[in-house]
Each structure stands twice: as structure tokens, then as C-alpha cells.
Design a protein around this ligand. Sequence first.
Ligand SMILES: C[S@@+](CC[C@H](N)C(=O)[O-])C[C@H]1O[C@@H](n2cnc3c(N)ncnc32)[C@H](O)[C@@H]1O
Length: 315
Amino acid sequence: MSSNLPYLYSFNYDHHHSDLCKLESRHLFNQEEKEKVLFSDVLVDPSISPFIKNRFEIISSADSYSALLITVKKKKIRVEGFNAEYIILHSDLADFAERQSMIKDVGYSIEGEPNFDSPTITYAICQYETHWYFGILIKPNTDWRNHKTKPYSFSNSLCVHIAKSLVSIASQGNKTTLLLDGCCGVGTVMLEGRFSDFQIEGCDINEKACNHTKENLKHYAYTAKVLCSDINDLDKVYGAVIIDLPYNLYSYSTDAITLKIIKAAARLTSRVVIVSISDIESIIKESRLKTIDSGTVKKRGKSNFARRIWVCERI
Ligand SMILES: C[S@@+](CC[C@H](N)C(=O)[O-])C[C@H]1O[C@@H](n2cnc3c(N)ncnc32)[C@H](O)[C@@H]1O
């Protein structure tokens, strides 16, 4: 059966990020991607996610390729500088030559001069299960990958994929939500927030960490407020707070300190996204929060190191 929903999102991730991508998709779309594909009526900027490969805005669909081509011709599209692409989704068996031939058919069905290098618009076709789709392809800006070489980092900084996904999960894709990275370290999460124009502030008890965050933000010409403070001393309302808890590796921590930080976050917002390498379920229960969702991210190639992410709401 064909989907009547307007958007088809396709995803790309390594096996160790599968759980994180599904967690993110539950909070952006209210449903999980399946086989790296998701139909939705929710409009999401693909650049906010480390996993969304593209957003495909469906113009027409048909139960065969030839019927789809007729729908394209009927639209009598006339546009200068267009490009046409083929999206390969799970279960698509077309080989390279077949795909090239179909892209050519689509190109010849559109009036105007194509521009392959810097197109004004990219049309695409794809096949999913029993149906064929034609539409406009919106690709993400992937320059966030440059954050991997930020000037200041430390060995337990979050990887860019986790940091970026935390912003999506906390904000649920809403760029007007004021976010706080409550234990910002060198600002890994803040860089991802500012890259996608989210409103995000950072706070860390360690002055050196705050200075490194400021330098990292400056390096990419991002502006954001960085508060050198104990999160317990903040007094402001946020739409969501992200907490990457101290791991007791470089910064001293105990269950009592963890509980204090979580309680402080719960005082500032009704939505807290917490990252920890230890099981803090019982500590969350002691705070004013309840866990509404969670996921695990393993480190690539390291089966015994995993971070857990808890999405919590104030009781
Ligand atoms: C695991 S690190 C965060 C790393 C960060 N996400 C990054 O990728 O750079 C935890 C941070 O929490 C900070 N911290 C510890 N207790 C804090 C408190 N009470 N208020 C604010 N920050 C705190 C530490 O200084 C440390 O930088």
C-alpha cells in the first residue's frame, strides 16, 4: 500500500548507533525508523540529526515505475538548473544501469536545463515495498563533521553523533526551545546546538572547561552564553536540560553528587536528558523526575563501554 504521508526520511548509521537513532526518531517523529526508512507528516530539518540522510518530499506515487513516469510528465514541470537522483532504499533491487536509465527518463520528463554541480532543486525517485515515489530531495548540511577537529577536547568528551542526537532528543526538533547543557565540559553538545541554530546555553563548574568551551565556540564563529557555575546555583527556566554526568574519571563524583545535579536540573526544566556510564535508574527515582524513554550507545569496537541515555520528565 502506498503512503499518504508527505515526507519520506531515510537514515544512515553504523550498527553501534542503531539504538540511539531509534531513540532520536521516537522523540522527533513519535515513531521509530524501520529499515532506515520512515514516512511521516512531521517536518524535520535533516541537518539537525546525525542520522537523517535526507528528507524526500513526495509529489506523486504509483504502483509501477511506468505509471510513476506518467505522473511526472503530467506535472509539466519547467525549472532551470534542476538535478535528478535515485534514492536507494531497503528492498530496492534495481542495478546501477537500471537506476541510471530511470534517472535519465525523469530528467527528460522535466523541461529546463539541468545543473548537476549546483542544482537549484533536486528531484528524486525511489521504490519502497510495492510503490514508486517521485518528489523533491532535501539533503542535510554535513559540515558539523568538522567539529571532530575542534581545538579543545578531552578523552571522555562525547562523540559528535551522540552530542548532536542529544540536542534533537532534548529539543524534539523545536528550535525555539531554550536548551541548557548543564555539565558542558568543552562544549561538544553546544557546538551541535549552535550549528543548527538552536538556542543553547552551557554551564560547567570547572573554569578551565568553560574557557575551552568558549574557545571551541569562537573557533567556529558560534555565539552562546557559557556560565562558569555549579548547576545548583542556576536560577532560570529552560525548555530542556541536557546533563552529561561527571564519570569519576577526570571529575570526582558520587551518587550523592549525581543526585544533586539531577535534582538541580529538574528544578530548571520539566524535560531532562541525562547521559551516564553507570546505572542511575534508582538515583533518577529519588529525584523529582520519571524516566519516559532510554537508550544505550556502545563505543565502536568496545563491547564493555556503553553510555546510557535517559529521557526524563518532571513528575
Ligand atoms: C562528562 S563531563 C562533560 C563532557 C562534555 N559533555 C563534553 O563532551 O565536553 C562532566 C562535566 O560536568 C562538570 N560538572 C561536575 N559537577 C558539576 C556541577 N555541579 N555543575 C556544573 N558542572 C559540573 C565537570 O566539570 C565536567 O566538565
